[in-house]
Design a protein around this ligand. Structure first.
Ligand SMILES: [Zn+2]
Ligand SMILES: [Zn+2]
Length: 412
């Protein structure tokens, strides 16, 4: 191991910085098993150091003596945040390549002014289609047909390169293809619809009447995956295998499967992600139904046009769940009392058996019960909507405005 590898593995940030500044080779892989500094970074679990190695020019597709990349090594030891960072890193220089005319081109494929906004989207770890459309929409340079067409072309070229280079990068290829598909949809809406990108956002969010499940979004993401041009890709086949048997409206959603494949995120719980834009760490709940969660009032407003149709239905579902959770809790308590009483009355000769409480058979159940109880604790709040948050006068969005409230930390 080189000194840099040691420093990385022990997560000594200052030492890493010092060594890099003095010319340590970030891509040296003369380690006896072909490990690189980036692989050690992934193993160490330090997000900062992983990022530092990437910025210093660490190659992501180098493999060690057993044919594993740094991302695969990190995933193997459960360092999923490092996997996410490695998989979503895309050096700006690789994009800037397209801002200069190449070969016989008279013009660059990508106008220099688009490189920044496009790079921002390429490196995002939130792949929610609404989030990506919002990123397009917020940048006037990007939100027009000609610019998006150029970006699509560049994304498709990067995708092709990822698949054709010797060390294939299927993750990046699928990500580029997926973003390109979203841009293509943006182009269609900009051309054909009067409400432009707002129309696309609405289509992506529109929920079906019964439960508010966004059918168009699900179908759109499935179609993106299906349209990936390299059918032989292992990752594509994995995605198709996980999604194909799932009925639309059931779990896992195409979005969660795709996110997991690309970012390496596991344990995808809805509780933490914004219903509108998929941003992590959302903590504002609709105060009426308590079943959807948002980053802020803005995200809630965008979603309200469709959520208002199912908010009441979801409220009933939620109340039923709370009731059931309470019942379940009581049942569990009674059972525990009974078990304890039984254990106490057991004779010493039976002690061996009493060492094993009947937990095993309850495992699945109790897991659910715990989750539901947690939820009910989380939502133990006054049932009337909070009216003090805003004083908007718009009658249509009024409920949306007032219906957001911060999730309180559970006391237990
Ligand atoms: Zn949001
Ligand atoms: Zn609601």
């Amino acid at each position: 191991m080189t000194p840099l590898m040691h420093a990385v593995y022990k997560a000594k940030i200052d030492m890493c910085r010092l060594l890099l500044r003095h010319g340590a080779d970030v891509n040296c892989n003369e380690h006896e098993h072909g490990y690189t500094a980036l692989m050690f970074a992934g193993l160490s679990g330090s997000k900062e150091i992983t990022w530092m190695m990437l910025e210093a020019g660490a190659e992501t597709d180098v493999v060690n003596s057993v044919g594993r990349t740094a991302a695969q090594m990190a995933a193997f030891v459960g360092q999923h945040d490092c996997v996410t960072i490695i998989n979503n890193f895309f050096p700006r220089e690789r994009l800037d390549y397209y801002t200069k005319p190449q070969g016989l081109d008279k013009e660059p494929k990508l106008p220099a002014k688009l490189a920044g906004p496009l790079h921002k989207i390429i490196t995002t770890t939130n792949l929610h289609p609404v989030k990506i459309v919002l990123l397009v929409k917020e940048n006037p340079l990007l939100a027009e047909v000609e610019a998006l067409l150029k970006c699509c072309r560049v994304l498709d070229l990067i995708c092709e390169k990822c698949m054709k280079q010797r060390e294939m990068n299927e993750v990046l290829a699928i990500k580029m293809h997926y973003i390109s598909c979203i841009f293509q949809k943006c182009i269609n809406f900009l051309k054909e619809r009067e409400d432009k990108l707002d129309g696309l956002i609405k289509s992506l969010l529109k929920g079906r009447d019964t439960d508010g499940f966004p059918v168009y979004q699900e179908k759109f993401i499935r179609e993106c995956i299906r349209k990936f041009p390299y059918c032989e890709a292992t990752l594509l086949q994995q995605l198709v295998r996980s999604i194909a048997p799932v009925e639309i409206g059931s779990d896992p959603t195409a979005f969660s499967v795709l996110t997991q494949a690309i970012t390496g995120q596991v344990g995808f719980v809805d509780a933490e992600f914004c219903t509108t834009c998929g941003e992590k760490g959302a903590d504002k709940r609709c105060s009426v139904c308590k079943m959807v969660i948002y980053c802020d009032q803005n995200c809630q407003k965008i979603h309200w046009f469709t959520h208002k149709k199912v908010c009441k239905i979801l409220k009933d579902v939620h109340e039923k769940q709370e009731l059931e959770a309470a019942k379940e809790k009581r049942r569990q308590e009674k059972k525990r009392e009974r078990d304890e009483a039984q254990a106490a009355s057991l004779s010493p000769t039976n002690e061996e058996q009493s060492d094993h409480p009947p937990e095993a058979t309850e495992e699945v159940d109790s897991h659910h019960a715990v989750k539901r109880t947690e939820e009910s604790v989380l939502n133990k709040q006054p049932s009337a909507p909070q009216l003090h948050l805003d004083n908007h006068s718009e009658s249509e969005t009024n409920l949306a405005d007032i219906a957001v409230q911060k999730v309180q930390e559970s006391e237990e």
